[in-house]
Design a protein around this ligand. Structure first.
Ligand code: HPA
Length: 262
């Protein structure tokens, strides 16, 4: 089975893919450049997309989420593992820890968050009971030990519009609402994947305590530094999980809408 990896902040390296080549795809939403390669000698193709584009030049509120997800669908990917840098809303989720998200809260404002815009596709309301694939999450959790990372199996990802960080008042509100971590990219990515019947999992690395919990003002540099420190372990976690991820889908993700032609 073909698997897609969406590399978020600090995760840009696809040199571990063998027989890798760059592809440039045209989608109805714009063009996407991605790497295609394999893991080891055998196995199906793995596709790697940099969420923020080459050189991390696209801020979270301007990422072309629809083109990214559509392009992976177009090449036949059925499962996506995405990485994300997040701030923690709780003392128990510390910097350097991985959260395998199982729920989200959506506080985005200006993004194109659906493939279903009426017209020929009609009105479609996609189920979000399990926005993140439980089967993918359980595979990733099984491999957590080998990567040496501390991993929380589940957590609610609050997606903010960005690109600014949050106020402490917002963070307090998000905690009351049930958020565990905060970041700027999971929505609409997870929603778009679900609309196409793809499995999607977010491997979120806690890079900092959120505003008002952290003892200092936040900077993008501290996020990058933490990602840099843990990117090898994160990579091990995802690579180690790939053989099982590629095997079969033991979930209901694919029963969702897939009425759109590629
Ligand atoms: N807030 C929003 N996005 C983030 C954070 C944060 O604290 N850390 C990393 N990405």
């Amino acid at each position: 089975m073909k698997v897609g990896i969406i590399g978020g902040t600090g995760v840009y390296d696809s040199s571990w893919l063998t027989a890798a080549e760059e592809l440039r795809l045209q989608t109805p939403y714009g063009s996407v450049t991605m790497m295609r390669g394999r893991v080891g000698e055998n196995g199906d193709d793995v596709y790697f997309v940099n969420r923020h584009g080459p050189g991390h030049h696209v801020p979270p509120h301007l990422v072309n989420y629809r083109a990214n997800i559509w392009s992976l669908h177009q090449v036949g990917v059925e499962r996506i593992v995405a990485t994300a840098a997040v701030g923690s809303l709780s003392a128990t989720l510390f910097p350097g820890m991985v959260v395998l998200c199982d729920q989200f809260l959506d506080f985005t404002k200006s993004r194109s968050g659906t493939f279903f815009e009426g017209g020929q596709h009609g009105v479609v309301h996609t189920d979000m009971t399990d926005p993140y694939c439980p089967h993918l999450r359980s595979i990733l959790f099984q491999h957590a030990g080998a990567s040496g990372l501390s991993v929380a199996n589940g957590g609610c990802y609050v997606t903010t519009e960005g690109p600014r960080f949050e106020t402490p008042a917002e963070i307090r509100a998000f905690r009351i609402l049930g958020g565990d971590v905060v970041g700027m990219t999971s929505v609409p990515e997870v929603v778009l994947a679900r609309e196409l019947g793809l499995c999607y999992s977010t491997v979120a690395l806690v890079t900092n305590y959120a505003a008002g919990i952290s003892s200092h003002y936040l900077t993008h540099q501290e996020v990058l530094d933490l990602m840099d420190q843990y990117k090898t372990s994160l990579n091990q976690l995802i690579r180690g999980s790939l053989p099982l991820i590629q095997q079969h889908r033991d979930c209901h993700c694919f029963t969702h809408q897939d009425g759109l032609t590629k």
